[in-house]
Ligand binder design. Structure first.
Ligand code: BES
Ligand code: ZN
Length: 620
């Protein structure tokens, strides 16, 4: 075997490169991380220490004379190696990666040490991008709140670490806070120190990359939502959220386990956050973080949780080898999510979800331009901020590649065994795009399958820009949406329409209908839209996904000040980037003054990541 094949089949450790980390992860690897933190809500900082247990990677190679860690806007106080205080040097900041923390290490004892313990006392600062500290008015109660969001490269602003998905470590969290705390891992109880707060202990026994380290603290109440699942949220949301989540969570887990290896994380808990959480969901192990906009009252937005659950295999267990291969996390996860949806709701629903995804892919490609680097599946991120590359491309182009492979091989009957094989083979490891492909070829060695695989244009799928060719998804559920959209696009009067047009429609069907009108060149009338909105009750929808599409259409039709003010008001109540960014961009295109005024008003309440993106979008 050549070294390449040995690496591909995992016999020797492959040497990867991650353009998004300054740490020397090929010289050392973190095997365990202990965090001792105090949440200081008056200063809005975390302070305490991190203990990194490091192992030298190339045994016998002592030529590397330093330990380099990622940091970003941290206040470093002291560094100790194996108990001795040592010198360190914090390098100048390099955007967007932060400041490398260099700790000279020339083996302070006489022997060649392969395993060392580094303890760093430090605190976060007001420039921390991973944490958002909320005032009581930004919550639904009367207490302050804190939560983290580390993916992709924000963990380094919360702790000095090897901030790369290439390195996986077990974790212990000891977090002192006046309010209940959740963190990545399993709860090991709490120790009460009266007026000094309580220390909450969490242990993560499965090695995880730094981007999955997470905590939240605030007025958290709990409710059971399944045999392996607890819901955490503020008291005001608790009962409604429990009522909505309880019927689906264990079904999702059962559906996933019916075609994947067993769930290794034990518990699957959910934290429903305050509005400013910038994503739909975040797959923090054992404690998925979710936006409150997943609560629509009728379960229609809960596919987000199927998605985060699917990350328990794709991403959290089998991890992408650097953000250039992010599609291996998200493309796989979308593929698994749609398999879960198909198991529970049937083939037509799975295909319908793929149709919605395709539209998002078209939107992202159109937004970047079809020859842009970020429309590639495998992206060159040298000198780039992974947050800027975030779009539907890794999700939906990735899904479409897997969907295509499944199809040419002969459908789920042939592909399912590979899905299981892949997640077993690479469990607890990291995988890049080449390894994924080799694994596929290794699994399918029969002549007919090889022929099918060889006919795939891998080069274009992996490294080509723009859209792939569109598969023929089943349109059973989408057809009525398209035909109603056609009718509205070619009418001048609203008398032919009635409430029954949308009778029995799912939220997804409203989404497809509204998106179809948004891309129709014939539907531009704000008066028609106005009438449609009252006829179908669009403005009063409790579903944020529907409201967002309605507002997008309102901007397209240049609906005027009344609607723009409505959008501006809504922007004060949601923080999910997927909604906030396009609406700010949209408002900016029709009424820049209002966009700026709105940003001045609500900008400080937005999550730091989201605020920064909107600032860029508005060219401020
Ligand atoms: N891991 C992502 C969120 C993420 C990605 C945060 C990259 C930061 C950097 C999460 O699993 C996700 O994909 N969330 C989606 C859910 C949707 C696809 C169902 C979201 O937030 O919209
Ligand atoms: Zn995801």
């Amino acid at each position: 075997m050549t070294r390449d094949t040995e690496q591909a089949v995992g016999l020797v450790e492959k040497i990867f490169r991650d353009a998004s980390s300054l740490s020397n992860y090929n010289a050392w690897k973190t095997v365990h991380t202990t965090l001792n933190w105090t949440c200081d809500f008056t200063k809005s900082i975390l302070h305490g220490s991190v203990t990194l247990q490091l192992q030298r990677r190339h045994r016998g190679d002592i030529t590397v004379k330093e330990i380099v860690l990622d940091t970003s806007y941290l206040d470093i106080k002291t560094v100790r190696i194996d108990g001795l205080v040592v010198d360190y040097h914090l390098q100048d900041r390099v955007e967007p990666l932060g400041s490398a923390l260099c700790i000279p290490y020339t083996n302070y004892t006489d022997s060649i040490t392969d395993s060392i313990t580094v303890v760093i006392d430090y605190s976060t600062t007001s420039q921390c991008t991973a944490l958002q500290w909320l005032l009581p008015v930004q919550t639904s109660g009367s207490k302050p709140y804190l939560f983290s969001q580390c993916q992709a490269i924000h963990a380094r602003s919360m702790l000095p670490c090897q901030d790369t998905p290439l390195i996986k470590s077990t974790y212990s969290f000891n977090i002192r806070s006046p309010y209940p705390v959740v963190a990545t891992g399993l709860s090991k109880g709490a120790r009460d120190f009266r007026e000094d707060g309580t220390i909450y202990v969490y242990e993560q026994p499965v090695p995880i990359p730094s981007y999955l380290a997470a905590l939240a603290s605030g007025d958290l109440a709990t409710a059971q939502i399944g045999p392996r699942s607890t819901l955490y949220t503020e008291p005001a949301l608790l009962l409604d959220a429990q009522r909505e989540l309880e019927p689906v969570i264990q079904n999702f887990i059962n559906a996933a386990e019916s075609f994947l290896p067993n769930y290794v994380w034990d518990q699957f808990n959910v934290l429903v956050l305050p509005q400013s959480f910038p994503y739909g969901g975040m797959e923090n192990p054992n404690i998925t973080f979710a936006t409150p906009t997943i609560l629509a009252g009728d379960g229609s937005n809960l596919d987000v949780l199927a998605h985060e659950l699917a990350h328990s295999w794709a991403g959290n267990l089998v991890t992408c080898a650097g953000w250039s291969h992010f599609w291996l996390n998200e493309g796989w996860t979308v593929f698994l999510e749609r398999k879960i949806v198909t198991k529970i709701h049937g083939f037509e629903e799975g295909e319908f979800s793929a149709i919605i995804g395709w539209k998002a892919l078209e939107g992202s490609v159109a937004g970047y331009g079809s020859d842009h680097e970020y429309t590639k599946l495998v992206q060159n991120l040298d000198g780039k901020d992974p947050d800027d590359a975030f779009s539907s491309v890794p999700y939906e182009k990735g899904f479409n590649l897997l969907y295509h492979i499944q199809k040419v091989l002969g459908g789920p009957v042939v592909f399912d065994p590979f899905v299981k094989f892949y997640f077993e083979r690479y469990a607890r490891a990291v995988v890049d795009t080449d390894m994924f492909k080799s694994c596929l070829f290794e699994f399918y060695h029969e002549e007919e399958h090889r022929r099918a695989l060889n006919a795939i244009d891998w080069e274009t799928w992996f490294y080509g820009t723009g859209l792939p060719s569109r598969p023929d998804f089943d349109t059973t559920l989408a057809r009525v949406c398209y035909s109603l959209s056609e009718r509205w696009s070619h009418t001048t009067s609203t008398t032919e329409f009635g409430r029954d047009d949308v009778k029995g429609w799912s939220a997804g069907q409203f989404i497809v209908f509204l998106e179809s009108l948004t891309s129709s060149s014939s539907f531009t009338s704000k008066d028609l839209l106005h009438d449609m909105a009252s006829l179908y009750g669009l403005r009063s929808s409790r579903n944020a996904e529907i409201l967002f599409r309605y507002f997008t259409l309102g901007i397209k039709c240049k609906s005027g000040t009344e609607v723009y003010r409505d959008i501006a008001a809504w922007l004060g109540t949601v923080g999910r980037m997927k909604f906030v960014r396009p609406l700010f961009r949209g408002l900016n295109s029709v009424d820049r003054a209002l966009a700026l005024e709105t940003f001045a008003k609500v900008g400080m309440g937005l999550h730091p990541i989201c605020r920064e993106m909107v600032r860029k979008d508005l060219k401020l």
